[in-house]
Write a protein that binds this ligand. Sequence first.
Ligand code: 6GU
Length: 232
Amino acid sequence: MRIDVISIFPSYFDGLTLSLLGKAQSTGILDLQIHDLRDWTHDRHRTVDDTPYGGGAGMVMKPEPWGLALDELAPAGSDSPPTIIFPSPAGEVFHQSTARELAQREHLVFGCGRYEGIDERVFEEAATRGEVRLISLGDYVLNGGEVAVMAMIEAIGRLIPGVVGNPESLVEESHEDGLLEYPSYTKPSVWREREVPPILLSGNHGAIAAWRREQQLERTRRRRPDLLRDED
Ligand code: 6GU
């Protein structure tokens, strides 16, 4: 999979070369390229923002650098158009199902906005180059899209076949089956007078599976009852 990220703070993404996703990059499973939006400016100050038409607080990201970035990373008339994602608190909410869907794509382009937003015409232009998605992490506001995009890339990247060594570890996680994960224990069997639930030491695999399922349901009922009602 190819992932391009456009940002005015490219060094935010240095951390993505660590651990799991770093390995995916060195083995060639993932081609992750981080770009500085200012590289597509031509003035002395490398200006990426300007005041909003109609007035109001804050600055708006100018369309021209975005247009040139799209020309290079998502050219018109490509026979393999990318999916172009703009992180935005005004977008659809990112779920595990979104990560699963996006992990199937060949090419993702993430455009990180800062300031009060990006000139609306950039989204229209992007839609001529591929499918455009505005995606939010949830109902709270971050200063820019960078941290949100890092979270999305981590969620998507680990679902690319071959990135996580043991694929079984993917299916037993919170949200993969719509429930929260069951509790885990390791040695010692007694720690500071706290015992591991005896069923887990019983060797009865059927009973253990049933207990874990009950724990998943109980935790989900208690912490995230919305998951039991919603289908997602
Ligand atoms: Cl994707 N961007 C910003 N700026 N704030 C957010 C977000 C995204 N998701 C939640 N809050």
